[in-house]
Every structure is written in structure tokens, then in C-alpha cells.
Write a protein that binds this ligand. Structure first.
Ligand SMILES: Nc1ncnc2c1ncn2[C@@H]1O[C@H](COP(=O)(O)OP(=O)(O)O)[C@@H](O)[C@H]1O
Ligand SMILES: [Mg+2]
Length: 485
């Protein structure tokens, strides 16, 4: 038996407490239970276990503390609960992740969901831990290999970056996350699946992620039938697992699907606790809850590794102003928008490049690479603006040099965005450079030397710092009204 196994066993034994604090149910009202006898010892967020006279035990959490009782929010419907039922106070919101969890599917309490036994780690951590102190935290790190041409080049992801992935349902968020889980640079991948249906969870783990994706992954899941407490806890548990590996010096990729379901679970819990619904039904504590979760991801400090995170957000229609997107954009270092129209024509991932931004630019790319990115964005932008005319046959070739170039290269650029990258970022950039060179020569044949040529020449001869700032401007413009705060 290895030392780590013995440590895990010891930790398991230590959880068996000889003394337990016990209270009794005194009333059941509006989905919450009032329990007397624990009000002097319980703390907010502590876990509880109620023994029904007949039937399975019922878990729950301390929601309010009053002078004469505590209010318990149960994990499941309180059918079968009667007055006088015993309620045991368990330890606070702790989780003890372990190396053994890699390759496994667990629930937010650290119990296995794949039918095999699972050991706890030697050290329990707070589920709602603090982010690394800003004073010791490193800056964003190096560019990562993502296994996709578009994320290697036009929307780079660097170590410690926090990215939002926004789209309506069924546009390909989960599939894209699975691809990144398999191919992106990372030592460990932690995946939080909040509020998926049971069937979807199985399908995701077995088919979408598959054995290849599971090899270095820990999946933490709370399906939609679980109580809001469990669903909310799922995101915290996954973050806690990520922090465990980060503190061992590893580079962790955290994929959270979805923050919207996390926020909805929080809304249910907070409203049950008596908080008033505010912005579109979300109580005021929602913003803080989301931001403090996201803030825990990012670069570490000292010997610790980093947590690179991708959070998915469900947006109805293209409403990027709905409260959850709005809150998240403030804490993210980039956002990727997937568009239903693009998915409908079968181009996956359905990244809408013009509405997506990586804040790791321009620092994450060399000046030559930034020039290529700028060129590609301008061409896609030019095409986008004239697309109606082009499709209607109203555009006449030669009227605008940039649009001519865009037309000549658009389908290749569009395909490029969908390309998986089997080699490396350098290869992705040389593919992009090749495509853009073709555009240059295609447009160049028709181009009358004049104003546009002059613009080209100025940009080519501009010093690197000038070029970089122009990339920033283009990136901000590309954001089309969703520029980050
Ligand atoms: N890369 C892809 N290639 C082909 N089809 C895809 C791809 N990504 C997504 N899809 C299609 O879109 C559907 C929904 O994808 P999914 O990732 O579950 O969306 P979301 O998580 O946004 O709801 C999939 O069932 C599949 O039919
Ligand atoms: Mg999904």
C-alpha cells in the first residue's frame, strides 16, 4: 500500500467522529425545516443530516441562524419528515480532493458517481476558499496550445486566463469544452457539470469526452434533479479540486458548464433564505457569488501552479446584456461567442469571431502575429459588413479593395476557424499567413495602386508598438458593443 493510500485511509477514519451534535425538527414551513437544539453550535453553511422515521436520511445545509432554532434547507423534497426527527450536525463545507480522483466522476460531496469506491485526500479544504492574494499572484502566463487553429491564433488562451463561452443552448458549448479537455495544454483537467440532465451527463462522459478525455480529468457533476444546494456546491467543489492540484504546482484547466445554472441554483437558495429577488429575479448576492468563484481561478503565486478557466454561459437569443453575462464579463479576460446561425450552416465550433475577444492580446502574440490577426479580423469584418450586398449580387467587384480581398479569402478563413490543429501554434500561424497571402495576391491583381495601397504600406512600415496598439483597437471594435469593462 502506498503512503498516499495510507494518508487517505487515515483521513477517512478521522471523519468518523465519536460525538455528534443532535437537534430535533420543530416545524416545517415553505420548503425549509426549523431545527431546535443546534442554534448555539451550528455555523452558516454547515451540513446537516436528518433521519426520517422511515425512509432514507435527508441531507441539508444551515440556511439561517435564529436565537431559538436554525433553519435547514434540505437537499431533497421533505416528504416523510415529521416533528421530532433527529438532525445531526456534520462538518462545515469541506472537501478533501485526492490524486485518486483523476479519471473519476464524483458528486459535489466527493462521493463517486461511477459505482467504484473512492478515497478522500489527506487534507480537507474549504469549499468557499479565498483566491490567492493579489500581492503574490503572478501575471498571466504563456500562450497555450489548444488543439484548435482559432484558439491558437485569433483568440489565444494563455496560462491563468479566464474565458467565458457564451451561446444559446445546443450551439456547441459542451462539445467545444470536451475538445479542449482532450487537446488543450494542462496537467489536470477539472470539469464541473452543473444542472445537466442525467442522460446528458452519461452521454458527455462516455461519448463526448470518452476514455481519452477522462484520462487526466476529474468530473464533478450535479444533475438537474439535485437540489439547488447541491448544484450550487458543484461549482465550488470543482474549484476546490482545481485549487488542490494548483497548490501542488500543476497547471489545471477548469471547465465549468454552466455558470448560468450555478447562478440559478444560487438564486433558489438565496430566495429560500429570505433574500429579495432583484435584477430579473436574481438576488443582490448573485454578483458577488459569481465573481468570488471566478476570482479563485487564474494564475497562482509562489510555488503554486495556475488555473486556466473556461466558464460557459447560456444566453437566450443573443442577449449579451442579461444579468449573468453582464456580471461575468467584468471578471473575465476574454469572451468567446458561439452563434446559432453559424452552427446551423454546420461550421463547428460556431465561433463568431467578430464578437469574440481575447484580452491576452496583443501581449500573447509577436508583432508579426498581431499583424496577421489584425488583417484576418479586418477581412472578416469587411465581409460581414457587405455580406447582404454580396449575397444579393449587388456588390460589384473592384468597388472596394478590402471587400474584394475579403471575398477571395472568406471561405478559407471560415474553414480555418473550424480546423483542429494537430501540430502547434506555429503551424496554425503559418496556415493563417498562407491564407492571408493568397488574399493579398487575389486582391492585389485587381487593386489599383492608390489609397488602399498607401494604407497597406504604412502598416507594414509602422513600428511594432504602433501595430500592437492598432490590434487592440481592432479587437475592441470587433467586440461590437460588448467591450469588457
Ligand atoms: N464539433 C461539432 N461537430 C458536429 N456537430 C456538433 C459539434 N459541436 C456541436 N455539434 C452539434 O450540436 C449539438 C449540441 O451541442 P452541445 O455541445 O451539446 O451544445 P450546448 O452545450 O451549447 O447545448 C450536438 O449534439 C451536435 O449535434
Ligand atoms: Mg451543454
Amino acid at each position: 500500500m502506498q503512503t498516499s493510500d495510507i494518508a487517505s485511509l487515515k483521513a477517512e477514519i478521522e471523519t468518523l467522529k465519536p460525538v455528534r451534535r443532535v437537534g430535533r425538527v420543530v416545524s416545517v414551513e415553505g420548503g425549509v425545516l426549523h431545527v431546535a437544539g443546534l442554534e448555539r453550535v451550528a455555523r452558516m453553511g454547515d451540513q446537516l443530516r436528518l433521519s426520517r422515521r422511515d425512509g432514507a436520511p435527508l441531507g441539508g445545509e444551515v440556511l439561517q441562524l435564529r436565537s431559538e432554532c436554525i433553519v435547514m434547507l434540505p437537499d431533497a423534497p421533505s416528504d416523510g419528515v415529521s416533528l421530532g426527527d433527529r438532525v445531526v450536525l456534520l462538518e462545515a463545507g469541506l472537501l478533501a480532493p485526492s490524486e485518486h480522483w483523476i479519471g473519476r466522476v464524483i458528486d459535489p460531496y466527493g462521493n463517486p458517481l461511477d459505482g467504484r469506491s473512492l478515497l478522500r485526500g489527506p487534507e480537507a479544504r474549504y469549499l468557499r476558499g479565498d483566491p490567492p492574494s493579489p500581492a503574490t499572484r503572478r501575471a498571466l502566463g504563456d500562450r497555450l496550445e489548444t488543439g484548435m487553429a482559432v484558439f491558437n491564433t485569433l483568440l489565444p488562451v494563455v496560462r491563468g486566463q479566464r474565458v467565458g463561452l457564451f451561446s444559446g443552448s445546443g450551439v456547441g458549448k459542451s462539445s467545444l469544452l470536451a475538445h479542449l479537455a482532450k487537446h488543450m495544454d494542462a496537467d489536470v483537467v477539472v470539469i464541473a457539470l452543473v444542472g445537466e440532465r442525467g442522460r446528458e451527463l452519461r452521454e458527455f462522459v462516455e461519448n463526448v469526452l470518452g476514455p481519452e478525455g477522462m484520462k487526466r480529468a476529474v468530473v464533478v457533476a450535479a444533475t438537474s434533479d439535485r437540489s439547488p444546494l447541491v448544484r450550487r456546491r458543484c461549482a465550488w467543489a470543482a474549484m476546490t479540486v482545481a485549487e488542490h492540484f494548483r497548490d501542488q504546482g500543476k497547471h489545471v484547466l477548469l471547465l465549468a458548464d454552466s455558470i448560468t445554472r450555478f447562478a440559478e441554483a444560487h438564486r433558489e437558495v438565496a430566495v429560500a433564505a429570505g433574500e429579495a429577488p432583484a435584477l430579473r429575479g436574481y438576488p443582490a448576492s448573485t454578483a458577488h457569488t459569481i465573481m468570488s468563484l471566478c476570482e479563485r481561478a487564474g494564475p497562482g503565486g509562489g510555488e503554486a501552479g495556475d488555473i486556466t478557466a473556461i466558464f460557459t454561459v447560456l444566453v437566450a437569443g443573443s442577449d449579451m446584456e442579461e444579468p449573468i453575462s453582464d456580471i461575468l464579463r467584468g471578471v473575465l479576460d476574454g469572451h468567446v461567442v458561439l452563434d446559432r446561425k453559424i452552427a446551423e450552416r454546420g461550421r463547428y465550433p460556431a465561433v463568431d469571431l467578430l464578437r469574440s475577444v481575447s484580452r491576452s492580446l496583443p501581449a500573447a502574440a509577436s508583432s508579426e502575429e498581431n499583424a496577421l490577426i489584425l488583417d484576418a479580423r479586418q477581412l472578416l469584418g469587411a465581409y460581414d459588413q457587405s455580406e447582404m450586398m454580396i449575397r444579393a449580387g449587388l456588390y460589384s467587384e473592384g468597388s472596394d479593395e478590402q471587400v474584394d480581398r475579403a471575398i477571395s479569402v472568406w471561405s478559407e478563413l471560415d474553414r480555418f476557424i473550424a480546423e483542429p490543429e494537430r501540430q502547434n501554434t506555429e503551424h496554425s500561424f503559418s496556415r493563417l499567413a498562407l491564407i492571408l497571402r493568397r488574399a493579398r495576391s487575389g486582391g492585389g491583381a485587381r487593386r489599383a495602386s492608390g489609397k488602399s495601397e498607401g494604407v497597406q504600406a504604412t502598416r507594414r512600415s509602422a513600428p511594432p508598438e504602433h501595430r500592437e496598439s492598432s490590434t487592440q483597437v481592432a479587437v475592441a471594435r470587433g467586440g461590437r458593443g460588448i467591450v469588457l469593462g
